[in-house]
Ligand binder design. Structure first.
Ligand SMILES: Cc1cc2nc3c(=O)[nH]c(=O)nc-3n(C[C@H](O)[C@H](O)[C@H](O)COP(=O)(O)OP(=O)(O)OC[C@H]3O[C@@H](n4cnc5c(N)ncnc54)[C@H](O)[C@@H]3O)c2cc1C
Ligand code: SF4
Length: 319
Protein backbone atom coordinates (compact mmCIF):
# COMPACT_ATOMS: atom_id res chain seq x y z
CA UNK A 1 0.00 0.00 0.00
CA UNK A 2 1.28 3.48 -0.83
CA UNK A 3 2.28 5.62 2.16
CA UNK A 4 -0.01 8.55 2.97
CA UNK A 5 -0.40 11.23 5.62
CA UNK A 6 -3.51 11.83 7.69
CA UNK A 7 -4.93 15.16 8.79
CA UNK A 8 -7.97 16.00 10.94
CA UNK A 9 -9.20 19.56 10.30
CA UNK A 10 -11.87 21.03 12.56
CA UNK A 11 -13.96 23.12 10.11
CA UNK A 12 -15.25 22.94 6.54
CA UNK A 13 -13.16 26.05 5.71
CA UNK A 14 -10.03 24.15 6.66
CA UNK A 15 -11.09 21.04 4.71
CA UNK A 16 -11.78 22.57 1.29
CA UNK A 17 -8.21 23.81 0.51
CA UNK A 18 -6.91 20.35 1.50
CA UNK A 19 -9.01 18.53 -1.11
CA UNK A 20 -7.40 17.78 -4.46
CA UNK A 21 -6.52 14.91 -6.80
CA UNK A 22 -3.80 13.99 -4.27
CA UNK A 23 -6.09 13.67 -1.25
CA UNK A 24 -9.28 11.89 -0.20
CA UNK A 25 -11.94 12.73 2.39
CA UNK A 26 -12.26 10.05 5.07
CA UNK A 27 -15.73 9.77 6.64
CA UNK A 28 -16.66 6.38 8.18
CA UNK A 29 -13.86 4.75 6.17
CA UNK A 30 -15.87 1.60 5.37
CA UNK A 31 -15.21 1.93 1.64
CA UNK A 32 -12.23 4.23 1.23
CA UNK A 33 -10.00 2.21 3.59
CA UNK A 34 -10.78 -0.98 1.66
CA UNK A 35 -9.95 0.83 -1.57
CA UNK A 36 -6.62 1.98 -0.14
CA UNK A 37 -5.75 -1.59 0.79
CA UNK A 38 -6.79 -2.82 -2.66
CA UNK A 39 -4.73 -0.06 -4.35
CA UNK A 40 -7.83 1.30 -6.07
CA UNK A 41 -7.10 4.78 -4.71
CA UNK A 42 -3.62 6.04 -3.85
CA UNK A 43 -3.87 9.47 -2.23
CA UNK A 44 -0.93 11.26 -0.61
CA UNK A 45 -3.20 12.42 2.20
CA UNK A 46 -6.43 11.34 3.91
CA UNK A 47 -8.50 14.26 5.15
CA UNK A 48 -10.55 13.06 8.10
CA UNK A 49 -14.00 14.62 8.44
CA UNK A 50 -14.38 13.25 11.96
CA UNK A 51 -14.24 16.61 13.74
CA UNK A 52 -16.73 18.43 11.51
CA UNK A 53 -19.54 18.34 14.05
CA UNK A 54 -21.61 20.77 11.92
CA UNK A 55 -22.03 17.93 9.39
CA UNK A 56 -23.65 15.55 11.88
CA UNK A 57 -27.33 15.06 12.63
CA UNK A 58 -30.78 15.81 11.26
CA UNK A 59 -32.72 19.08 11.54
CA UNK A 60 -36.26 19.91 10.49
CA UNK A 61 -37.96 23.07 9.22
CA UNK A 62 -40.35 22.93 6.26
CA UNK A 63 -38.29 19.95 5.06
CA UNK A 64 -35.35 17.97 6.42
CA UNK A 65 -31.60 18.73 6.47
CA UNK A 66 -29.32 15.74 6.92
CA UNK A 67 -25.65 16.34 7.67
CA UNK A 68 -23.32 14.33 5.42
CA UNK A 69 -21.69 12.65 8.44
CA UNK A 70 -24.99 11.34 9.82
CA UNK A 71 -24.63 7.57 10.08
CA UNK A 72 -26.94 5.00 8.52
CA UNK A 73 -27.80 3.80 12.04
CA UNK A 74 -28.93 7.30 13.02
CA UNK A 75 -31.06 7.60 9.88
CA UNK A 76 -32.63 4.19 10.35
CA UNK A 77 -33.65 5.01 13.94
CA UNK A 78 -34.56 8.68 13.75
CA UNK A 79 -38.14 8.94 15.09
CA UNK A 80 -39.22 11.58 12.56
CA UNK A 81 -37.71 9.72 9.62
CA UNK A 82 -38.63 6.13 10.36
CA UNK A 83 -42.37 6.98 10.52
CA UNK A 84 -44.15 9.29 8.11
CA UNK A 85 -43.39 10.54 4.62
CA UNK A 86 -39.63 9.92 4.73
CA UNK A 87 -39.73 6.35 5.98
CA UNK A 88 -38.28 4.93 2.73
CA UNK A 89 -34.99 6.56 3.74
CA UNK A 90 -34.96 4.92 7.17
CA UNK A 91 -35.88 1.57 5.62
CA UNK A 92 -33.12 1.84 3.00
CA UNK A 93 -30.56 2.68 5.69
CA UNK A 94 -31.71 -0.18 7.91
CA UNK A 95 -31.47 -2.68 5.03
CA UNK A 96 -27.93 -1.63 4.09
CA UNK A 97 -24.83 -3.59 5.15
CA UNK A 98 -24.54 -4.84 8.77
CA UNK A 99 -25.16 -3.15 12.16
CA UNK A 100 -21.42 -2.61 12.70
CA UNK A 101 -20.99 -1.06 9.25
CA UNK A 102 -24.10 1.12 9.67
CA UNK A 103 -22.66 2.52 12.90
CA UNK A 104 -19.63 3.80 10.97
CA UNK A 105 -21.05 4.41 7.48
CA UNK A 106 -22.13 7.98 6.78
CA UNK A 107 -24.80 9.03 4.32
CA UNK A 108 -22.33 11.23 2.37
CA UNK A 109 -19.87 8.35 1.99
CA UNK A 110 -22.69 5.98 1.13
CA UNK A 111 -23.68 8.07 -1.90
CA UNK A 112 -20.07 8.20 -3.12
CA UNK A 113 -19.07 4.59 -2.45
CA UNK A 114 -17.46 2.87 -5.40
CA UNK A 115 -19.05 0.10 -7.48
CA UNK A 116 -18.96 -3.45 -6.15
CA UNK A 117 -18.26 -5.17 -9.48
CA UNK A 118 -15.81 -7.98 -8.69
CA UNK A 119 -13.71 -7.26 -11.80
CA UNK A 120 -13.36 -3.63 -10.76
CA UNK A 121 -12.43 -4.61 -7.21
CA UNK A 122 -10.03 -7.25 -8.52
CA UNK A 123 -6.88 -7.10 -10.68
CA UNK A 124 -8.62 -6.24 -13.96
CA UNK A 125 -7.89 -3.14 -16.00
CA UNK A 126 -11.56 -2.73 -16.95
CA UNK A 127 -13.26 0.19 -18.74
CA UNK A 128 -14.36 1.93 -15.54
CA UNK A 129 -10.75 1.88 -14.31
CA UNK A 130 -9.60 3.51 -17.54
CA UNK A 131 -9.05 0.38 -19.62
CA UNK A 132 -10.75 -0.67 -22.86
CA UNK A 133 -13.18 -3.50 -22.21
CA UNK A 134 -15.72 -4.73 -19.72
CA UNK A 135 -14.93 -8.32 -18.66
CA UNK A 136 -18.24 -8.52 -16.78
CA UNK A 137 -20.21 -8.52 -20.03
CA UNK A 138 -18.87 -11.93 -21.07
CA UNK A 139 -18.15 -13.06 -17.54
CA UNK A 140 -19.86 -13.21 -14.14
CA UNK A 141 -22.55 -10.58 -14.21
CA UNK A 142 -25.68 -11.88 -12.52
CA UNK A 143 -25.60 -8.95 -10.05
CA UNK A 144 -25.11 -6.39 -12.80
CA UNK A 145 -27.37 -4.13 -14.85
CA UNK A 146 -30.86 -4.67 -16.19
CA UNK A 147 -30.80 -1.28 -17.95
CA UNK A 148 -27.71 -0.22 -19.93
CA UNK A 149 -26.51 3.34 -19.51
CA UNK A 150 -22.82 3.19 -20.49
CA UNK A 151 -20.08 0.73 -21.54
CA UNK A 152 -19.97 -0.27 -17.85
CA UNK A 153 -22.75 -2.53 -16.54
CA UNK A 154 -21.98 -2.21 -12.83
CA UNK A 155 -24.89 -1.05 -10.68
CA UNK A 156 -25.09 1.83 -8.23
CA UNK A 157 -24.66 0.04 -4.88
CA UNK A 158 -26.28 2.57 -2.51
CA UNK A 159 -29.69 1.69 -1.05
CA UNK A 160 -30.25 5.18 0.40
CA UNK A 161 -29.59 6.75 -3.03
CA UNK A 162 -32.68 4.99 -4.40
CA UNK A 163 -34.84 6.25 -1.52
CA UNK A 164 -33.39 9.77 -1.69
CA UNK A 165 -34.27 10.07 -5.38
CA UNK A 166 -37.85 8.95 -4.65
CA UNK A 167 -38.00 11.64 -1.94
CA UNK A 168 -36.72 14.26 -4.42
CA UNK A 169 -33.62 15.06 -2.35
CA UNK A 170 -31.01 17.67 -3.22
CA UNK A 171 -27.39 17.61 -2.12
CA UNK A 172 -25.36 20.63 -0.98
CA UNK A 173 -21.77 20.60 -2.13
CA UNK A 174 -19.01 22.91 -0.85
CA UNK A 175 -15.99 23.67 -3.01
CA UNK A 176 -13.31 26.32 -3.61
CA UNK A 177 -15.81 28.65 -5.33
CA UNK A 178 -18.62 28.31 -2.77
CA UNK A 179 -21.60 26.06 -2.29
CA UNK A 180 -23.84 24.55 -4.95
CA UNK A 181 -26.99 22.50 -4.76
CA UNK A 182 -27.45 19.46 -7.01
CA UNK A 183 -30.33 17.08 -7.53
CA UNK A 184 -29.74 13.36 -7.10
CA UNK A 185 -29.89 12.92 -10.88
CA UNK A 186 -27.11 15.48 -11.33
CA UNK A 187 -24.95 13.93 -8.62
CA UNK A 188 -25.30 10.25 -9.57
CA UNK A 189 -24.81 9.77 -13.29
CA UNK A 190 -23.61 7.07 -15.70
CA UNK A 191 -19.87 7.18 -16.38
CA UNK A 192 -18.55 8.58 -19.65
CA UNK A 193 -15.30 8.14 -21.60
CA UNK A 194 -13.93 11.33 -20.04
CA UNK A 195 -15.37 10.78 -16.50
CA UNK A 196 -15.03 7.16 -15.43
CA UNK A 197 -16.98 7.31 -12.21
CA UNK A 198 -20.64 7.22 -11.20
CA UNK A 199 -20.91 10.70 -9.75
CA UNK A 200 -20.13 14.29 -10.67
CA UNK A 201 -18.50 15.44 -7.43
CA UNK A 202 -15.13 17.05 -8.13
CA UNK A 203 -12.05 15.97 -6.17
CA UNK A 204 -11.89 19.37 -4.42
CA UNK A 205 -15.54 19.27 -3.32
CA UNK A 206 -17.30 18.05 -0.19
CA UNK A 207 -20.90 16.94 0.35
CA UNK A 208 -22.14 18.93 3.33
CA UNK A 209 -25.89 18.25 3.64
CA UNK A 210 -28.78 16.48 1.99
CA UNK A 211 -32.13 18.26 1.84
CA UNK A 212 -35.53 16.62 1.63
CA UNK A 213 -38.47 18.82 0.62
CA UNK A 214 -41.66 19.00 2.71
CA UNK A 215 -43.77 15.93 1.94
CA UNK A 216 -47.15 16.67 3.55
CA UNK A 217 -49.68 14.04 2.53
CA UNK A 218 -47.04 11.70 1.04
CA UNK A 219 -46.07 8.22 2.11
CA UNK A 220 -43.06 6.22 1.00
CA UNK A 221 -41.55 2.76 1.15
CA UNK A 222 -38.24 1.04 0.26
CA UNK A 223 -38.11 -2.68 -0.53
CA UNK A 224 -34.98 -4.67 -1.32
CA UNK A 225 -34.37 -8.09 -2.86
CA UNK A 226 -31.13 -9.69 -1.62
CA UNK A 227 -29.28 -12.96 -2.05
CA UNK A 228 -29.70 -13.56 1.68
CA UNK A 229 -31.97 -11.99 4.27
CA UNK A 230 -29.43 -9.45 5.51
CA UNK A 231 -25.93 -8.00 4.95
CA UNK A 232 -26.09 -8.05 1.20
CA UNK A 233 -26.16 -5.47 -1.58
CA UNK A 234 -29.43 -5.02 -3.47
CA UNK A 235 -30.11 -7.31 -6.40
CA UNK A 236 -33.05 -4.95 -6.87
CA UNK A 237 -34.18 -2.05 -4.69
CA UNK A 238 -37.49 -0.23 -5.19
CA UNK A 239 -38.44 3.07 -3.57
CA UNK A 240 -41.95 4.38 -4.07
CA UNK A 241 -43.37 7.68 -2.84
CA UNK A 242 -47.07 8.41 -3.42
CA UNK A 243 -49.66 11.00 -2.57
CA UNK A 244 -53.25 9.79 -2.47
CA UNK A 245 -56.33 11.99 -2.59
CA UNK A 246 -59.57 10.19 -1.68
CA UNK A 247 -58.22 6.89 -3.02
CA UNK A 248 -56.90 8.42 -6.28
CA UNK A 249 -53.17 8.78 -6.96
CA UNK A 250 -52.46 12.53 -6.95
CA UNK A 251 -48.68 12.20 -7.44
CA UNK A 252 -46.05 9.45 -7.43
CA UNK A 253 -42.34 8.76 -7.77
CA UNK A 254 -41.04 5.26 -8.48
CA UNK A 255 -37.28 4.61 -8.37
CA UNK A 256 -35.37 1.42 -9.12
CA UNK A 257 -32.00 0.59 -7.58
CA UNK A 258 -29.51 -2.20 -8.22
CA UNK A 259 -30.39 -2.32 -11.91
CA UNK A 260 -28.31 0.41 -13.58
CA UNK A 261 -25.31 2.70 -13.12
CA UNK A 262 -27.65 5.12 -11.34
CA UNK A 263 -30.91 4.88 -9.43
CA UNK A 264 -33.62 5.09 -12.12
CA UNK A 265 -36.63 7.39 -11.81
CA UNK A 266 -39.43 5.62 -13.72
CA UNK A 267 -41.42 8.65 -14.85
CA UNK A 268 -43.69 6.82 -17.31
CA UNK A 269 -44.71 4.28 -14.70
CA UNK A 270 -45.39 6.98 -12.09
CA UNK A 271 -47.36 9.03 -14.62
CA UNK A 272 -49.54 6.00 -15.29
CA UNK A 273 -50.63 6.09 -11.64
CA UNK A 274 -51.66 9.73 -11.49
CA UNK A 275 -55.42 10.21 -11.62
CA UNK A 276 -56.04 6.49 -11.29
CA UNK A 277 -57.88 4.76 -8.49
CA UNK A 278 -56.03 2.32 -6.41
CA UNK A 279 -56.75 -1.20 -7.61
CA UNK A 280 -55.01 -4.34 -8.78
CA UNK A 281 -55.27 -3.45 -12.47
CA UNK A 282 -53.56 -0.08 -11.97
CA UNK A 283 -50.79 -1.63 -9.91
CA UNK A 284 -50.17 -4.43 -12.43
CA UNK A 285 -50.02 -1.97 -15.35
CA UNK A 286 -47.52 0.22 -13.51
CA UNK A 287 -45.29 -2.71 -12.58
CA UNK A 288 -45.24 -3.78 -16.24
CA UNK A 289 -44.26 -0.28 -17.36
CA UNK A 290 -41.37 -0.17 -14.89
CA UNK A 291 -39.43 -2.73 -16.93
CA UNK A 292 -40.58 -1.83 -20.44
CA UNK A 293 -37.18 -0.44 -21.49
CA UNK A 294 -35.05 -3.10 -19.82
CA UNK A 295 -32.01 -4.42 -21.73
CA UNK A 296 -31.03 -7.45 -19.67
CA UNK A 297 -27.63 -9.07 -19.90
CA UNK A 298 -27.68 -12.85 -20.40
CA UNK A 299 -27.74 -13.44 -16.63
CA UNK A 300 -29.82 -10.49 -15.39
CA UNK A 301 -33.21 -11.33 -16.96
CA UNK A 302 -34.41 -12.45 -13.53
CA UNK A 303 -34.18 -8.86 -12.26
CA UNK A 304 -37.13 -7.77 -14.44
CA UNK A 305 -39.49 -10.12 -12.61
CA UNK A 306 -38.04 -8.95 -9.29
CA UNK A 307 -38.67 -5.31 -10.18
CA UNK A 308 -42.27 -6.06 -11.10
CA UNK A 309 -42.90 -8.01 -7.90
CA UNK A 310 -41.36 -5.33 -5.69
CA UNK A 311 -43.25 -2.49 -7.39
CA UNK A 312 -46.56 -4.39 -6.98
CA UNK A 313 -45.74 -5.23 -3.38
CA UNK A 314 -44.70 -1.66 -2.54
CA UNK A 315 -47.90 -0.15 -3.94
CA UNK A 316 -50.13 -2.81 -2.41
CA UNK A 317 -48.46 -2.35 0.99
CA UNK A 318 -48.85 1.40 1.06
CA UNK A 319 -52.56 1.63 0.48
C1 LIG B 1 -19.47 -5.67 3.51
C2 LIG B 1 -20.19 -4.43 3.09
C3 LIG B 1 -21.54 -4.50 2.80
C4 LIG B 1 -22.23 -3.34 2.42
N1 LIG B 1 -23.56 -3.42 2.10
C5 LIG B 1 -24.22 -2.29 1.69
C6 LIG B 1 -25.59 -2.33 1.35
O1 LIG B 1 -26.26 -3.37 1.41
N2 LIG B 1 -26.19 -1.17 0.95
C7 LIG B 1 -25.51 0.02 0.88
O2 LIG B 1 -26.11 1.04 0.54
N3 LIG B 1 -24.20 0.08 1.18
C8 LIG B 1 -23.56 -1.04 1.59
N4 LIG B 1 -22.23 -0.99 1.90
C9 LIG B 1 -21.51 0.24 1.66
C10 LIG B 1 -21.45 1.10 2.87
O3 LIG B 1 -22.74 1.53 3.22
C11 LIG B 1 -20.55 2.26 2.49
O4 LIG B 1 -19.22 1.75 2.47
C12 LIG B 1 -20.65 3.41 3.45
O5 LIG B 1 -21.95 3.94 3.47
C13 LIG B 1 -19.66 4.49 3.04
O6 LIG B 1 -19.72 5.50 4.04
P1 LIG B 1 -18.40 5.89 4.81
O7 LIG B 1 -18.75 7.03 5.69
O8 LIG B 1 -17.76 4.72 5.45
O9 LIG B 1 -17.53 6.41 3.57
P2 LIG B 1 -15.96 6.38 3.35
O10 LIG B 1 -15.50 5.00 3.11
O11 LIG B 1 -15.27 7.19 4.38
O12 LIG B 1 -15.93 7.19 1.98
C14 LIG B 1 -16.49 6.68 0.79
C15 LIG B 1 -16.14 7.63 -0.36
O13 LIG B 1 -16.81 8.87 -0.20
C16 LIG B 1 -15.88 9.95 -0.03
N5 LIG B 1 -16.52 10.80 0.96
C17 LIG B 1 -17.03 10.42 2.16
N6 LIG B 1 -17.71 11.44 2.71
C18 LIG B 1 -17.64 12.48 1.85
C19 LIG B 1 -18.18 13.79 1.85
N7 LIG B 1 -18.94 14.27 2.84
N8 LIG B 1 -17.92 14.60 0.78
C20 LIG B 1 -17.14 14.15 -0.23
N9 LIG B 1 -16.62 12.91 -0.30
C21 LIG B 1 -16.88 12.08 0.73
C22 LIG B 1 -14.58 9.29 0.37
O14 LIG B 1 -13.46 10.07 0.01
C23 LIG B 1 -14.65 7.99 -0.41
O15 LIG B 1 -14.31 8.22 -1.75
C24 LIG B 1 -21.54 -2.12 2.32
C25 LIG B 1 -20.18 -2.04 2.64
C26 LIG B 1 -19.50 -3.18 3.02
C27 LIG B 1 -18.04 -3.08 3.33
S1 SF4 C 1 -19.11 -3.65 -15.20
FE1 SF4 C 1 -17.97 -1.72 -15.08
S2 SF4 C 1 -16.74 -1.98 -13.28
FE2 SF4 C 1 -17.37 -4.03 -13.88
S3 SF4 C 1 -15.80 -4.83 -15.29
FE3 SF4 C 1 -17.31 -3.81 -16.54
S4 SF4 C 1 -16.51 -1.72 -16.78
FE4 SF4 C 1 -15.49 -2.61 -15.02
Amino acid sequence: MKRFTHITPTSIHEVIPLLSEYSRPLAGGTDVLTELKEGLVEPDQLVSLRKLSELRGVTFDAGVHIGALTTLTELSRHPQIKDGPYQALAQSARLAASPQLRNMATIGGNLLQDVRCWYYRGPFDCWLKGGDGCPARDGEHHKHALFEQSPCVAVQPSDPATALLALDATVSVAGPSGTRSVGMQELLVPPTASRRKLHTLQLDELITTIQLPARDGWQSIYLKAMERATYSFALVGVAVAIKLDAGIFADARIVLGGVANTPLLMEDAAQQLVGQPLNEATIAAVAQLATQNAQPLPHTHYKAAMVQRLVCHALATMV
